[in-house]
Design a protein around this ligand. Structure first.
Ligand code: HEC
Length: 426
């Protein structure tokens, strides 16, 4: 009997130690140090007003219902420092300008793409992750930073699945919220900051609302983990956007039977010139820009309600309502039409190569040849030869295949003029 008790005690100690180690790594995420650049240079890609509009126009997403002011007031676990301090969020790869100050568009002084929207019905303001968070890049050289608007993000945003390596924003946010909720001193400081003079009156309500969001965040982490939905580490600079969108929209919002393993994280594509493409996404699957944007916004967390409390579908006419901000999406899309690709400061050093300057015939990669058939099967119009899409640039993106200028013969066609996507609704 005593032996059994000892064995059980031993197991308990081991379990607590393992949980403690896990918690330690999640609470102290393993992140690179942030070094502020000596100077941040913006390129001549568009106007300052367009840049700010792109950075901080919301699209209707929510981070599980996290309010904007809550995010600004959260402290890190085991620390009184703020989670949303620009130099801390920069360690996850989010982009900040060392000179940035709170502004009307960015009152919380948050990184690029951390926008804010007010819910029309409740009047509450939510944190809203927008396009620019994932589609803005920055290069560093010799202490200088060069901002590439519309370029690839290098952050570690999406992962909710706790790993001992830590380093993902989702986990750190969950931990900060858990510590704030369960540590009464932390919660008191937090509630004072959020509620100000209404502390006494609204404290209990705030605690209940906060717990709901925390439960949703932890519930998602548990769901992703126990179903093994994201077995491939996404890390910095990659996410399985398609898999995540599909699991959110078809799994969370409709039926758990729709969950699929998402094991194909990809890099964040650049957005200049996308309006010239007939087909976008790495797999060449999206054609209508606003439909693409709405799907993305739903996947990134714009609220959608397809089921009633009793699990039955809502009436058909109500299925279109969602938190997606269609007009703001349209504005983001049309603003992106004015984004110029970044210009390399020197002419390319390949002038003297034999055959340089001659248009070369375009190799038609296998996938591209198969595409018209696949599209026809899916009931979509086939890709015309010479149509612009990701597939026409097929090749390993990391080897620069997609950066090749469109010099091959079949790409020649008259220059395109921007035609804003139509916004017929209402
Ligand atoms: C959470 C990160 C995230 C956000 C927010 C986001 N995107 Fe993306 N976007 C991605 C990733 C990742 C891909 C590549 C996915 C793939 O093709 O598999 C992508 C692909 C695209 C593409 C296809 C580009 C091409 O060359 O094929 C377009 C266009 C695009 N996004 C536009 C937008 C716009 C506009 C918004 C805002 C309205 C937005 N994205 C918001 C991550 C994001």
């Amino acid at each position: 009997m005593r032996l059994l008790r000892r064995a059980l005690l031993g197991l308990l100690v081991l379990a607590v130690a393992a949980a403690g180690v896990g918690l330690y790594f999640v609470a102290y995420p393993n992140l690179p140090e942030y070094q502020a650049p000596e100077a941040l240079h913006y390129l001549d890609q568009w106007s300052d007003a367009d840049r700010q509009r792109y950075y901080y126009t919301p699209q209707g997403t929510q981070v599980k219902g996290l309010e904007y002011d809550w995010f600004s007031a959260l402290e890190r676990p085991f620390s009184r420092e703020k989670l949303a301090a620009p130099e801390y969020l920069a360690r996850f790869g989010f982009l900040v300008d060392p000179r940035q100050r709170p502004s009307e568009q960015n009152p919380g002084n948050l990184p690029v793409g951390f926008a804010r929207h007010e819910d029309d019905e409740s009047g509450r303001a939510y944190l809203d992750v927008s396009c620019a968070a994932c589609h803005t890049g920055e290069l560093r050289y010799d202490g200088q930073a060069i901002r590439i608007d519309g370029g690839a993000a290098m952050h570690s945003l999406a992962s909710t699945v706790p790993t001992l390596r830590g380093g993902a924003f989702g986990q750190t946010l969950g931990m900060s919220m858990a510590f704030t909720y369960y540590d009464p001193f932390k919660f008191r400081r937090f509630a004072h900051e959020v509620l100000g003079g209404n502390y006494e009156r609204d404290r209990d309500q705030l605690r209940r609302d906060f717990k709901q969001v925390l439960d949703r965040l932890l519930g998602t982490a548990y769901n992703d983990w126990h179903r093994g939905l994201y077995p491939t580490e996404e890390g910095f600079g990659r996410t399985d956007a398609f898999g995540r969108i599909a699991n959110t929209v078809f799994g969370d919002a409709i039926d758990p039977a729709n969950y699929r393993i998402a094991n194909a994280p990809v890099s964040y594509p650049q957005l200049w010139d996308i309006w010239k493409f007939d087909w976008v996404q790495w797999n060449g699957s999206a054609m209508q820009p606003m439909a693409r944007n709405i799907g993305e916004a739903l996947g990134v967390g714009a609220p959608l309600r397809l089921l009633q409390e009793n699990g039955q579908p809502v009436p058909e006419a109500e299925r279109y309502a969602s938190g997606v901000r269609v007009r703001d999406l349209h504005q983001l899309e049309t603003t992106l039409m004015r984004l110029a690709p970044p210009r390399w400061p020197e002419p390319p050093a390949r002038r003297n190569r034999p055959g340089a300057g001659q248009p070369r015939p375009c190799a038609l990669p296998g996938e591209l040849r198969a595409l018209p058939r696949a599209a026809a099967q899916a009931g979509r119009p086939p890709l015309r030869p010479g149509a612009r899409s990701r597939m026409a640039h097929a090749g390993d993106p990391h080897l620069g295949g997609r950066h090749r200028p469109n010099r091959c013969r079949q790409h020649r066609r008259p220059p395109l003029r921007p035609q804003p996507p139509r916004l017929d609704a209402g």
